[in-house]
Design a protein around this ligand. Sequence first.
Ligand code: UDX
Ligand code: ADP
Length: 457
Amino acid sequence: MSVKERILCIGAGYVGGPTMAVIAEKCPHCRVELVDVNEERIRQWNSDDLPIYEAGLDEIVKRNRGKNLFFSTDIGRGIDESDIIFVSVNTPTKTFGQGAGQAADLQYWEKTARQILRHSRNDKIVVEKSTLPVLTAEAMDRILSSGGDDAQFDVLSNPEFLAEGTAIRDLLEPDRVLLGRMDTERGHAACDRLSAIYENWVDRSRILRTNVWSAELSKLVANAFLAQRISSINSISALCEKTKADVTEVARAIGLDSRIGPRFLNAGVGFGGSCFKKDILNLVYICRQQGLNEVADYWQQVVRINVYQHDRFVANMIAEMFNTVAGKKIAVLGFAFKANTGDTRESPAITVCRRLLAENALVHIADPKALRQVEAELGGLDGVSLFEDPYEAAEGAHAIALLTDWACYRELNFQRILDAMEKPAFLFDGRNLLDHRALYKIGFNVYPIGKTPLRHF
Ligand code: UDX
Ligand code: ADP
Protein backbone atom coordinates (compact mmCIF):
# COMPACT_ATOMS: atom_id res chain seq x y z
CA MET A 1 0.00 0.00 0.00
CA SER A 2 1.43 3.40 -0.90
CA VAL A 3 1.96 5.81 1.98
CA LYS A 4 -0.76 8.47 1.97
CA GLU A 5 0.66 10.96 4.47
CA ARG A 6 4.08 11.15 6.06
CA ILE A 7 3.40 12.35 9.59
CA LEU A 8 6.01 13.52 12.07
CA CYS A 9 5.53 14.46 15.70
CA ILE A 10 8.23 16.51 17.43
CA GLY A 11 8.12 15.75 21.17
CA ALA A 12 7.47 12.15 22.28
CA GLY A 13 5.83 12.87 25.63
CA TYR A 14 2.47 12.27 27.31
CA VAL A 15 0.59 13.99 24.49
CA GLY A 16 2.69 13.16 21.40
CA GLY A 17 3.28 9.49 22.27
CA PRO A 18 -0.30 8.25 22.73
CA THR A 19 -1.71 10.54 20.00
CA MET A 20 0.68 9.28 17.35
CA ALA A 21 0.27 5.66 18.45
CA VAL A 22 -3.49 5.97 17.88
CA ILE A 23 -3.05 7.75 14.52
CA ALA A 24 -0.69 4.96 13.39
CA GLU A 25 -3.19 2.31 14.53
CA LYS A 26 -6.13 3.93 12.76
CA CYS A 27 -4.29 5.04 9.62
CA PRO A 28 -2.26 2.07 8.40
CA HIS A 29 -1.78 3.91 5.09
CA CYS A 30 0.14 6.73 6.86
CA ARG A 31 3.74 6.64 8.06
CA VAL A 32 4.01 8.08 11.58
CA GLU A 33 7.29 9.00 13.24
CA LEU A 34 7.98 10.49 16.67
CA VAL A 35 11.21 12.37 17.30
CA ASP A 36 12.58 13.81 20.52
CA VAL A 37 15.78 15.45 21.76
CA ASN A 38 15.73 13.14 24.75
CA GLU A 39 17.70 10.04 23.68
CA GLU A 40 16.73 8.03 26.75
CA ARG A 41 13.03 8.65 26.07
CA ILE A 42 13.36 7.45 22.49
CA ARG A 43 15.31 4.40 23.64
CA GLN A 44 12.43 3.58 26.01
CA TRP A 45 9.81 4.04 23.27
CA ASN A 46 11.79 1.50 21.23
CA SER A 47 12.00 -0.95 24.16
CA ASP A 48 9.52 -3.17 26.04
CA ASP A 49 9.41 -0.66 28.90
CA LEU A 50 7.66 2.43 27.46
CA PRO A 51 8.46 5.77 29.13
CA ILE A 52 4.85 6.42 30.12
CA TYR A 53 2.14 4.21 31.55
CA GLU A 54 -1.27 4.50 29.92
CA ALA A 55 -3.90 1.75 29.76
CA GLY A 56 -3.92 0.19 26.28
CA LEU A 57 -0.84 2.07 25.05
CA ASP A 58 1.58 -0.87 25.23
CA GLU A 59 -0.54 -3.04 22.96
CA ILE A 60 -1.04 -0.31 20.36
CA VAL A 61 2.64 0.63 20.27
CA LYS A 62 3.79 -2.98 20.05
CA ARG A 63 1.27 -3.75 17.28
CA ASN A 64 2.38 -0.86 15.07
CA ARG A 65 6.01 -0.17 15.95
CA GLY A 66 8.33 -0.93 13.02
CA LYS A 67 5.35 -1.14 10.61
CA ASN A 68 4.09 2.42 10.32
CA LEU A 69 5.12 3.81 13.73
CA PHE A 70 8.73 4.82 14.36
CA PHE A 71 10.71 6.55 17.11
CA SER A 72 13.96 8.41 16.48
CA THR A 73 16.24 11.21 17.63
CA ASP A 74 17.07 12.29 14.09
CA ILE A 75 14.89 15.39 14.07
CA GLY A 76 16.40 16.95 10.93
CA ARG A 77 15.80 13.88 8.78
CA GLY A 78 12.35 13.45 10.28
CA ILE A 79 11.39 17.00 9.29
CA ASP A 80 12.81 16.62 5.81
CA GLU A 81 10.90 13.39 5.18
CA SER A 82 7.47 14.53 6.41
CA ASP A 83 4.44 16.37 5.02
CA ILE A 84 2.49 16.97 8.23
CA ILE A 85 4.37 17.92 11.40
CA PHE A 86 2.73 17.89 14.82
CA VAL A 87 4.57 20.01 17.39
CA SER A 88 4.13 18.50 20.81
CA VAL A 89 7.10 19.81 22.78
CA ASN A 90 6.71 20.93 26.37
CA THR A 91 5.57 24.47 27.16
CA PRO A 92 6.10 24.75 30.93
CA THR A 93 5.39 27.89 32.92
CA LYS A 94 8.24 30.37 32.66
CA THR A 95 10.55 30.37 35.67
CA PHE A 96 12.58 33.44 34.77
CA GLY A 97 12.30 36.97 33.39
CA GLN A 98 9.15 38.66 32.18
CA GLY A 99 6.01 36.72 33.05
CA ALA A 100 7.92 34.33 35.36
CA GLY A 101 5.50 32.03 37.21
CA GLN A 102 2.65 32.71 34.78
CA ALA A 103 3.50 32.98 31.08
CA ALA A 104 4.34 29.91 28.99
CA ASP A 105 8.02 29.25 28.39
CA LEU A 106 8.14 29.13 24.61
CA GLN A 107 11.84 28.47 24.12
CA TYR A 108 11.42 24.76 23.16
CA TRP A 109 8.58 25.62 20.87
CA GLU A 110 10.47 28.43 19.11
CA LYS A 111 13.56 26.22 18.70
CA THR A 112 11.32 23.66 17.06
CA ALA A 113 9.86 26.24 14.68
CA ARG A 114 13.36 27.25 13.60
CA GLN A 115 14.41 23.61 13.19
CA ILE A 116 11.40 23.00 10.95
CA LEU A 117 12.38 25.98 8.83
CA ARG A 118 16.01 24.87 8.56
CA HIS A 119 15.32 21.27 7.50
CA SER A 120 12.32 21.74 5.19
CA ARG A 121 12.66 21.37 1.44
CA ASN A 122 9.00 20.85 0.56
CA ASP A 123 5.69 22.40 1.65
CA LYS A 124 4.42 21.28 5.03
CA ILE A 125 1.45 21.51 7.31
CA VAL A 126 2.54 22.37 10.85
CA VAL A 127 0.08 21.42 13.58
CA GLU A 128 0.25 22.90 17.08
CA LYS A 129 -0.43 20.12 19.56
CA SER A 130 1.21 21.70 22.62
CA THR A 131 -0.88 24.03 24.76
CA LEU A 132 0.16 27.44 23.66
CA PRO A 133 -1.03 30.91 24.49
CA VAL A 134 -3.42 32.54 22.09
CA LEU A 135 -1.78 34.06 19.01
CA THR A 136 1.31 31.82 19.00
CA ALA A 137 0.18 30.24 15.73
CA GLU A 138 0.67 33.68 14.26
CA ALA A 139 4.22 33.84 15.66
CA MET A 140 4.87 30.35 14.32
CA ASP A 141 3.58 31.47 10.93
CA ARG A 142 5.90 34.47 10.99
CA ILE A 143 8.99 32.41 11.83
CA LEU A 144 8.13 29.87 9.15
CA SER A 145 7.51 32.58 6.55
CA SER A 146 10.90 34.14 7.17
CA GLY A 147 12.93 31.56 5.26
CA GLY A 148 12.55 32.24 1.53
CA ASP A 149 10.61 30.28 -1.06
CA ASP A 150 11.94 26.69 -0.75
CA ALA A 151 8.98 25.55 1.28
CA GLN A 152 5.62 27.00 2.26
CA PHE A 153 3.96 26.25 5.58
CA ASP A 154 0.36 26.12 6.73
CA VAL A 155 -0.06 26.39 10.48
CA LEU A 156 -3.04 24.69 12.13
CA SER A 157 -4.02 24.47 15.78
CA ASN A 158 -5.28 21.08 16.95
CA PRO A 159 -5.43 21.20 20.75
CA GLU A 160 -5.46 17.92 22.62
CA PHE A 161 -8.15 17.24 25.21
CA LEU A 162 -7.01 13.79 26.34
CA ALA A 163 -6.79 13.17 30.06
CA GLU A 164 -4.06 10.97 31.45
CA GLY A 165 -5.18 7.56 32.59
CA THR A 166 -7.88 7.51 29.90
CA ALA A 167 -5.73 8.86 27.06
CA ILE A 168 -6.26 5.97 24.67
CA ARG A 169 -10.02 5.90 25.19
CA ASP A 170 -10.19 9.70 24.86
CA LEU A 171 -8.23 9.51 21.60
CA LEU A 172 -10.31 6.64 20.20
CA GLU A 173 -13.64 8.19 21.20
CA PRO A 174 -13.10 11.94 21.51
CA ASP A 175 -15.97 14.24 22.55
CA ARG A 176 -14.70 16.46 19.76
CA VAL A 177 -11.64 17.12 17.61
CA LEU A 178 -10.89 20.81 17.27
CA LEU A 179 -9.14 22.11 14.17
CA GLY A 180 -8.15 25.78 14.03
CA ARG A 181 -7.14 27.20 10.64
CA MET A 182 -6.42 30.50 8.93
CA ASP A 183 -9.38 31.72 6.91
CA THR A 184 -7.59 31.41 3.57
CA GLU A 185 -7.87 28.96 0.69
CA ARG A 186 -4.62 27.29 1.75
CA GLY A 187 -5.75 27.25 5.41
CA HIS A 188 -8.99 25.46 4.49
CA ALA A 189 -7.16 22.97 2.27
CA ALA A 190 -4.66 22.17 5.04
CA CYS A 191 -7.56 21.71 7.44
CA ASP A 192 -9.23 19.26 5.01
CA ARG A 193 -6.06 17.14 4.96
CA LEU A 194 -5.78 17.02 8.73
CA SER A 195 -9.49 16.33 9.08
CA ALA A 196 -9.14 13.41 6.64
CA ILE A 197 -6.71 11.75 9.06
CA TYR A 198 -9.16 11.95 11.98
CA GLU A 199 -12.08 10.92 9.77
CA ASN A 200 -10.52 7.44 9.66
CA TRP A 201 -12.15 6.85 13.03
CA VAL A 202 -13.96 10.01 14.22
CA ASP A 203 -17.40 10.93 12.91
CA ARG A 204 -17.35 14.17 10.93
CA SER A 205 -20.00 15.71 13.18
CA ARG A 206 -17.47 15.66 16.00
CA ILE A 207 -14.75 17.42 14.03
CA LEU A 208 -15.05 21.14 14.72
CA ARG A 209 -13.44 23.81 12.58
CA THR A 210 -12.75 27.24 14.04
CA ASN A 211 -10.33 30.05 13.48
CA VAL A 212 -6.86 29.42 14.90
CA TRP A 213 -7.24 31.75 17.83
CA SER A 214 -10.56 30.28 18.96
CA ALA A 215 -8.95 26.84 18.91
CA GLU A 216 -5.98 28.00 20.96
CA LEU A 217 -8.19 29.81 23.47
CA SER A 218 -10.67 26.91 23.74
CA LYS A 219 -7.97 24.64 25.10
CA LEU A 220 -7.10 27.06 27.90
CA VAL A 221 -10.74 27.75 28.66
CA ALA A 222 -11.75 24.07 28.75
CA ASN A 223 -9.06 23.36 31.34
CA ALA A 224 -9.89 26.53 33.29
CA PHE A 225 -13.58 25.53 33.49
CA LEU A 226 -12.76 21.97 34.62
CA ALA A 227 -10.32 23.21 37.27
CA GLN A 228 -12.83 25.83 38.37
CA ARG A 229 -15.41 23.12 39.14
CA ILE A 230 -12.86 21.33 41.33
CA SER A 231 -11.86 24.50 43.18
CA SER A 232 -15.53 25.37 43.62
CA ILE A 233 -16.37 22.06 45.28
CA ASN A 234 -13.11 22.14 47.28
CA SER A 235 -13.98 25.58 48.63
CA ILE A 236 -17.33 24.16 49.73
CA SER A 237 -15.54 21.19 51.36
CA ALA A 238 -13.91 23.66 53.77
CA LEU A 239 -17.34 24.99 54.70
CA CYS A 240 -18.72 21.45 55.11
CA GLU A 241 -15.93 20.60 57.56
CA LYS A 242 -16.93 23.59 59.70
CA THR A 243 -20.61 22.68 59.65
CA LYS A 244 -22.37 19.32 59.62
CA ALA A 245 -22.80 19.14 55.86
CA ASP A 246 -21.22 16.35 53.80
CA VAL A 247 -19.54 17.48 50.58
CA THR A 248 -20.33 14.22 48.76
CA GLU A 249 -24.01 14.68 49.48
CA VAL A 250 -23.87 18.30 48.37
CA ALA A 251 -22.02 17.35 45.15
CA ARG A 252 -24.59 14.67 44.40
CA ALA A 253 -27.49 17.00 45.06
CA ILE A 254 -26.18 19.74 42.79
CA GLY A 255 -24.82 17.33 40.16
CA LEU A 256 -28.30 15.93 39.54
CA ASP A 257 -29.28 19.33 38.21
CA SER A 258 -28.82 18.65 34.51
CA ARG A 259 -27.53 22.19 34.02
CA ILE A 260 -24.65 21.46 36.39
CA GLY A 261 -24.00 17.74 35.75
CA PRO A 262 -22.24 15.26 38.03
CA ARG A 263 -18.65 15.11 36.71
CA PHE A 264 -15.59 16.87 38.14
CA LEU A 265 -17.29 17.51 41.46
CA ASN A 266 -15.14 15.21 43.62
CA ALA A 267 -13.67 17.19 46.47
CA GLY A 268 -10.11 16.23 47.34
CA VAL A 269 -6.67 17.40 48.35
CA GLY A 270 -6.56 19.54 45.20
CA PHE A 271 -5.98 19.14 41.50
CA GLY A 272 -2.60 18.37 39.95
CA GLY A 273 -1.29 17.45 36.53
CA SER A 274 0.70 19.29 33.95
CA CYS A 275 -2.22 21.23 32.45
CA PHE A 276 -4.67 22.84 34.85
CA LYS A 277 -2.40 25.19 36.78
CA LYS A 278 -0.22 25.98 33.79
CA ASP A 279 -3.15 26.76 31.52
CA ILE A 280 -4.94 28.92 34.07
CA LEU A 281 -1.79 30.90 34.82
CA ASN A 282 -1.43 31.37 31.10
CA LEU A 283 -4.98 32.62 30.81
CA VAL A 284 -4.36 34.97 33.74
CA TYR A 285 -1.22 36.30 32.08
CA ILE A 286 -2.95 36.89 28.77
CA CYS A 287 -5.82 38.71 30.51
CA ARG A 288 -3.39 40.97 32.38
CA GLN A 289 -1.52 41.70 29.16
CA GLN A 290 -4.82 42.81 27.67
CA GLY A 291 -5.53 45.03 30.70
CA LEU A 292 -8.36 42.77 31.93
CA ASN A 293 -7.35 42.70 35.59
CA GLU A 294 -10.77 41.75 36.96
CA VAL A 295 -10.95 38.77 34.61
CA ALA A 296 -7.39 37.77 35.53
CA ASP A 297 -8.19 37.96 39.27
CA TYR A 298 -11.28 35.81 38.77
CA TRP A 299 -9.31 32.92 37.21
CA GLN A 300 -6.30 33.36 39.50
CA GLN A 301 -8.61 32.54 42.41
CA VAL A 302 -9.08 28.99 41.04
CA VAL A 303 -5.36 28.35 41.58
CA ARG A 304 -5.39 30.09 44.99
CA ILE A 305 -8.15 27.82 46.26
CA ASN A 306 -6.13 24.83 45.07
CA VAL A 307 -3.08 25.92 47.07
CA TYR A 308 -5.38 26.63 50.03
CA GLN A 309 -6.70 23.07 49.80
CA HIS A 310 -3.15 21.58 49.96
CA ASP A 311 -2.34 23.87 52.91
CA ARG A 312 -5.51 22.98 54.74
CA PHE A 313 -4.83 19.28 54.36
CA VAL A 314 -1.35 19.46 55.90
CA ALA A 315 -2.39 21.92 58.61
CA ASN A 316 -5.21 19.58 59.60
CA MET A 317 -2.86 16.59 59.77
CA ILE A 318 -0.49 18.44 62.06
CA ALA A 319 -3.25 19.85 64.26
CA GLU A 320 -4.94 16.46 64.69
CA MET A 321 -1.65 14.68 65.47
CA PHE A 322 -1.14 16.75 68.63
CA ASN A 323 0.51 19.65 66.76
CA THR A 324 3.66 17.74 65.88
CA VAL A 325 4.67 15.23 63.25
CA ALA A 326 8.41 15.47 63.96
CA GLY A 327 9.99 12.01 63.96
CA LYS A 328 6.65 10.37 63.12
CA LYS A 329 6.29 7.99 60.19
CA ILE A 330 3.57 9.00 57.74
CA ALA A 331 2.57 6.43 55.12
CA VAL A 332 1.67 8.24 51.90
CA LEU A 333 -0.56 6.08 49.73
CA GLY A 334 -0.33 7.32 46.16
CA PHE A 335 1.90 9.97 44.70
CA ALA A 336 0.66 10.22 41.08
CA PHE A 337 -1.51 13.30 40.46
CA LYS A 338 -4.46 10.98 39.81
CA ALA A 339 -5.13 7.26 39.47
CA ASN A 340 -4.09 5.17 36.46
CA THR A 341 -1.05 7.21 35.55
CA GLY A 342 2.57 7.26 36.64
CA ASP A 343 2.70 11.03 36.11
CA THR A 344 3.50 13.13 39.18
CA ARG A 345 3.70 16.60 37.61
CA GLU A 346 2.12 19.21 39.92
CA SER A 347 0.80 16.39 42.08
CA PRO A 348 -0.63 17.59 45.41
CA ALA A 349 1.52 14.82 46.93
CA ILE A 350 4.64 16.85 46.17
CA THR A 351 3.46 19.79 48.27
CA VAL A 352 2.05 17.61 51.03
CA CYS A 353 5.25 15.52 51.33
CA ARG A 354 7.54 18.54 51.23
CA ARG A 355 5.52 20.23 53.98
CA LEU A 356 5.61 17.11 56.13
CA LEU A 357 9.35 16.79 55.59
CA ALA A 358 9.78 20.42 56.62
CA GLU A 359 8.10 19.41 59.90
CA ASN A 360 10.73 16.63 60.26
CA ALA A 361 8.25 13.83 59.59
CA LEU A 362 9.44 10.55 58.02
CA VAL A 363 7.55 10.07 54.79
CA HIS A 364 7.00 6.51 53.54
CA ILE A 365 5.69 6.70 50.00
CA ALA A 366 3.94 3.92 48.08
CA ASP A 367 2.51 4.14 44.56
CA PRO A 368 1.69 1.38 42.05
CA LYS A 369 3.10 3.21 39.01
CA ALA A 370 4.90 6.41 39.98
CA LEU A 371 7.88 5.35 42.11
CA ARG A 372 10.35 6.13 39.30
CA GLN A 373 9.00 9.71 39.19
CA VAL A 374 8.94 9.99 43.01
CA GLU A 375 12.62 9.06 43.03
CA ALA A 376 13.31 11.89 40.57
CA GLU A 377 11.17 14.35 42.56
CA LEU A 378 12.12 13.58 46.18
CA GLY A 379 14.77 10.83 46.06
CA GLY A 380 17.79 11.56 48.21
CA LEU A 381 15.93 13.88 50.61
CA ASP A 382 16.35 13.04 54.29
CA GLY A 383 13.28 11.33 55.69
CA VAL A 384 11.94 9.93 52.38
CA SER A 385 11.58 6.16 51.81
CA LEU A 386 9.89 4.49 48.86
CA PHE A 387 7.91 1.25 48.95
CA GLU A 388 6.39 -1.01 46.31
CA ASP A 389 4.20 -2.53 49.01
CA PRO A 390 1.67 -0.30 50.83
CA TYR A 391 1.65 -2.66 53.84
CA GLU A 392 5.38 -2.15 54.30
CA ALA A 393 5.00 1.61 53.92
CA ALA A 394 2.43 1.64 56.73
CA GLU A 395 4.39 -0.55 59.16
CA GLY A 396 5.01 1.38 62.37
CA ALA A 397 3.38 4.53 60.91
CA HIS A 398 1.47 7.03 63.03
CA ALA A 399 -0.72 8.09 60.14
CA ILE A 400 -1.79 7.30 56.61
CA ALA A 401 -2.29 10.07 54.06
CA LEU A 402 -4.13 8.79 51.00
CA LEU A 403 -3.30 11.19 48.18
CA THR A 404 -4.15 9.36 44.93
CA ASP A 405 -7.46 7.66 44.13
CA TRP A 406 -5.94 4.32 43.04
CA ALA A 407 -8.79 1.76 43.13
CA CYS A 408 -6.37 -0.88 44.52
CA TYR A 409 -6.17 1.08 47.80
CA ARG A 410 -9.84 0.43 48.38
CA GLU A 411 -9.11 -3.30 48.41
CA LEU A 412 -6.37 -3.14 51.08
CA ASN A 413 -6.74 -5.12 54.28
CA PHE A 414 -6.95 -2.18 56.68
CA GLN A 415 -7.18 -4.39 59.75
CA ARG A 416 -3.73 -5.75 58.88
CA ILE A 417 -2.47 -2.19 58.30
CA LEU A 418 -3.96 -0.94 61.57
CA ASP A 419 -2.45 -3.82 63.55
CA ALA A 420 1.04 -2.82 62.37
CA MET A 421 0.62 0.93 63.06
CA GLU A 422 1.35 3.09 66.10
CA LYS A 423 -1.76 4.02 68.12
CA PRO A 424 -3.79 6.13 67.98
CA ALA A 425 -3.80 5.50 64.24
CA PHE A 426 -4.78 8.41 61.99
CA LEU A 427 -6.10 8.12 58.45
CA PHE A 428 -6.38 11.24 56.28
CA ASP A 429 -8.30 10.39 53.13
CA GLY A 430 -7.38 13.13 50.66
CA ARG A 431 -9.58 11.61 47.94
CA ASN A 432 -12.62 10.42 49.89
CA LEU A 433 -11.86 7.00 48.43
CA LEU A 434 -12.30 4.70 51.40
CA ASP A 435 -15.18 3.43 53.52
CA HIS A 436 -14.77 5.85 56.40
CA ARG A 437 -17.32 4.34 58.75
CA ALA A 438 -15.83 0.85 58.41
CA LEU A 439 -12.33 2.20 59.08
CA TYR A 440 -13.56 4.09 62.12
CA LYS A 441 -15.27 0.94 63.42
CA ILE A 442 -12.03 -1.07 63.37
CA GLY A 443 -10.20 1.66 65.27
CA PHE A 444 -8.87 4.37 62.95
CA ASN A 445 -9.40 8.07 63.53
CA VAL A 446 -10.64 9.04 60.10
CA TYR A 447 -10.39 12.47 58.44
CA PRO A 448 -12.17 12.72 55.10
CA ILE A 449 -12.36 15.86 52.96
CA GLY A 450 -15.48 17.96 53.47
CA LYS A 451 -17.08 15.70 56.08
CA THR A 452 -17.15 15.49 59.84
CA PRO A 453 -14.07 13.60 61.12
CA LEU A 454 -14.65 10.26 62.87
CA ARG A 455 -12.56 10.37 66.07
CA HIS A 456 -12.35 7.93 68.95
CA PHE A 457 -11.40 10.56 71.49
C1 UDX B 1 -6.82 17.52 32.05
C2 UDX B 1 -8.10 17.63 31.20
O1 UDX B 1 -9.12 16.81 31.79
C3 UDX B 1 -7.81 17.20 29.77
O2 UDX B 1 -8.96 17.39 28.96
C4 UDX B 1 -6.67 18.05 29.22
O3 UDX B 1 -6.34 17.65 27.90
C5 UDX B 1 -5.44 17.93 30.12
O4 UDX B 1 -5.79 18.29 31.46
P1 UDX B 1 -5.52 15.53 33.23
O5 UDX B 1 -4.69 16.60 33.84
O6 UDX B 1 -4.83 14.37 32.58
O7 UDX B 1 -6.47 16.15 32.10
O8 UDX B 1 -6.47 14.90 34.34
P2 UDX B 1 -7.93 15.21 34.95
O9 UDX B 1 -8.69 13.95 34.93
O10 UDX B 1 -8.56 16.37 34.32
O11 UDX B 1 -7.58 15.52 36.47
C6 UDX B 1 -6.81 16.66 36.85
C7 UDX B 1 -6.71 16.74 38.35
O12 UDX B 1 -7.96 17.06 38.94
C8 UDX B 1 -6.25 15.45 39.03
O13 UDX B 1 -5.32 15.75 40.05
C9 UDX B 1 -7.53 14.87 39.61
O14 UDX B 1 -7.30 14.05 40.73
C10 UDX B 1 -8.25 16.16 40.00
N1 UDX B 1 -9.72 16.00 40.09
C11 UDX B 1 -10.45 15.64 38.99
C12 UDX B 1 -10.36 16.25 41.30
O15 UDX B 1 -9.72 16.59 42.31
N2 UDX B 1 -11.74 16.12 41.36
C13 UDX B 1 -12.49 15.77 40.27
O16 UDX B 1 -13.72 15.69 40.41
C14 UDX B 1 -11.82 15.53 39.05
P1 ADP C 1 3.44 16.84 27.18
O1 ADP C 1 2.69 16.42 28.44
O2 ADP C 1 3.00 18.19 26.68
O3 ADP C 1 3.46 15.79 26.11
P2 ADP C 1 6.16 16.10 27.89
O4 ADP C 1 7.15 16.82 28.75
O5 ADP C 1 5.66 14.76 28.30
O6 ADP C 1 4.96 17.11 27.66
O7 ADP C 1 6.76 15.91 26.43
C1 ADP C 1 7.39 16.89 25.69
C2 ADP C 1 8.58 16.26 24.98
O8 ADP C 1 9.13 17.23 24.08
C3 ADP C 1 9.74 15.85 25.89
O9 ADP C 1 10.02 14.47 25.71
C4 ADP C 1 10.93 16.72 25.44
O10 ADP C 1 12.18 16.03 25.47
C5 ADP C 1 10.53 17.03 23.99
N1 ADP C 1 11.19 18.23 23.44
C6 ADP C 1 11.35 19.44 24.00
N2 ADP C 1 11.98 20.29 23.14
C7 ADP C 1 12.22 19.59 22.00
C8 ADP C 1 12.83 19.90 20.72
N3 ADP C 1 13.31 21.11 20.45
N4 ADP C 1 12.89 18.93 19.81
C9 ADP C 1 12.38 17.68 20.06
N5 ADP C 1 11.79 17.33 21.23
C10 ADP C 1 11.71 18.27 22.18
